[in-house]
Design a protein around this ligand. Structure first.
Ligand code: G3P
Length: 494
């Protein structure tokens, strides 16, 4: 393994070179093209990532395919040991990788370090859980008309080569959440990281290589989605696509992936339903946390709150009173900053600013915020929003929460179920029975009762319906999704 593979990981000043294994040697991309990774904090260039060529993609996928069978044939306990070692290496580089995340994507120190720790714990949990994934056998005489003697031996096997496409907001955790189950189930993995966060994700892949994943079995292919995305997702040597990102991109990938198995987490608007009996102080704190954590750049971020007008006035007043205690916008490197830093780019901030302005022009009331300074968007609260307004018609990936007035529970359910999004929803009520009954009316992936939407804990099932996702993630669910069953039927007439 080239020594330089790891000098950068231990040296925070150096930006990694890029290598891929071509079946015999480690090679740097020869495209001569690269994309800069620009920090949202100060527009400084954190590093550059090469834009690989289609020929290099072909080589990587050929090598991945060639190496996959031997990897799947590696005894599971050995694969488990390598994955546990990767988790240990991540803990070893926790400080460096956390600092790199802060620079690449503008996460606060706590959020960045939290992502790294959560990732190591997640990988260990995957490795432990993989050892209990089993097949089964079935006998024919269970079914009417059949005698004994046809035995189905059903095992779980790898898809082949998994393409893992990760988002900028969790470039380490949501890359590992795809890599670990894919490798444990015997697949080769090709990682297409985001541009911002791509250096962190490249380091993560190197750590798996360092831990002992054989050359060629796991590779990063860097470049912008526009240039290599379509070629990758439609490539015949890609067996399965695991993607986290916005719904428009998810729909585009699904259109090109043909018959490949898909595992997608896409956008969400994650509404909050506030029942008349809710504890408004507790609800306000959950709304603030859910709407403003990581500057609202979470697929599970709260984007709108459904209440009757009477409740809305009380709740907004409590939110406005609590906001200064929980949120302080600023430089994510400052210990004084709470929840809100810059969004991922100035272009993203301009889109959010536009959505707020158009919504206000169409009748929404700006209670606080709304202004932009470069990539900073002020924490923003709007009332009088209706579902057709841009701030909630499309996922607004920023620190913006909207209050929508409704007259009845039925109207609440109707608004949620008419949305093209269906990731999560939260219900706040003191009467959990009412919450449970209402939860069953909502066409979303997961309903939280008296808690804000969230993916964790990571062994829970995590899914989106409609344009919010395909398939189910969560430790065991991801291990099953990264494999297929292979029945072999033994015909032995009695
Ligand atoms: O945006 C990614 C999505 O997975 C959110 O994760 O843990 O912040 O709810 P979490």
């Amino acid at each position: 393994m080239p020594a330089e593979f790891f000098s950068e990981i231990s040296d925070a000043a150096t930006i990694p070179n890029y290598y891929y294994f071509d079946g015999s040697t480690w090679k740097a991309s020869g495209s001569g093209k690269s994309v800069p990774v620009v920090s949202p904090i100060d527009n400084a260039v954190v590093g550059t990532l090469p834009i690989v060529t289609h020929e290099e993609i072909d080589t990587v996928l050929q090598v991945a395919g060639d190496a996959q069978a031997a990897w799947e044939a590696t005894p599971l306990f050995k694969r488990v040991g390598i994955i546990h070692l990767a988790a240990d290496w991540i803990r070893h580089f926790q400080e460096y990788m956390g600092n790199l995340l802060i620079r690449e994507i503008g996460k606060s120190s706590d959020e960045a370090k939290g992502e790294i720790v959560r990732t190591a714990d997640l990988i260990d949990y995957f490795a432990d859980e993989a050892q209990s994934i089993q097949g089964t056998t079935l006998d024919s005489d269970n079914f009417p008309g059949f005698e004994k003697g046809r035995i189905a031996m059903i095992e779980r096997v790898a898809h082949g080569t998994v393409l893992a496409i990760a988002p900028f907001n969790y470039p380490v955790n949501l890359t590992a959440s795809k890599i670990a189950p894919a490798l444990l189930m015997g697949n080769s993995v090709v990682v297409k990281p985001p541009t911002q966060g791509g250096i962190s994700a490249t380091h993560l892949v190197r750590i798996f290589q360092k831990a002992g994943v054989p050359p060629g079995v796991i590779t990063t292919l860097t470049g912008t989605g526009e240039v290599i995305g379509d070629y990758l997702v439609s490539h015949p040597k890609v067996s399965m696509v695991a993607f986290t990102g916005n719904s428009d991109t998810g729909l585009a990938i699904a259109g090109k992936a043909a018959m490949k198995p898909l595992l997608f987490e896409c956008g969400g608007n994650n509404p909050v339903v506030v029942m008349p009996d809710a504890d408004l102080a507790a609800t306000a704190r959950e709304i603030i946390k859910g709407a403003f954590a990581y500057s609202g750049q979470r697929c599970t971020g709260i984007k709108y709150v459904l209440t009757t007008p009477a409740i809305r006035d009380q709740l907004v007043a409590i939110v406005m009173k609590t906001l200064p205690e929980m949120v302080k916008a600023g430089d994510p490197r400052s210990p004084d900053t709470k929840l809100v830093g810059p969004v991922i780019s100035e272009e993203a901030a301009k889109r959010i600013e536009e959505a707020i302005a158009v919504s206000v022009k169409n009748g929404a009331t700006l209670v606080t915020g709304g202004k932009r300074d470069h990539a900073m968007i002020e924490p923003t609260v709007l009332t009088g929003v209706i579902p057709s307004m841009p701030v909630i018609a499309k996922e607004t990936f920023g620190p913006v929460v909207s209050f929508v007035d409704v007259a009845s529970f039925d109207e609440m359910a109707s608004i949620i179920n008419r949305s093209s999004y269906g990731l999560q929803a939260s219900i706040f009520t003191k009467d959990e029975g009412t919450g449970l009954v209402f939860a069953k009316k909502l066409h979303v992936g997961t309903v939280q009762i008296n808690g804000s939407p969230q993916r964790g804990p990571d062994h829970f099932p995590f899914l989106g319906v409609k344009n919010s996702g395909v398939g189910v993630q969560g430790v065991r669910y991801s291990l099953e999704a990264m494999s297929r069953i292979r029945p072999i039927v033994l015909n032995k007439p009695q």
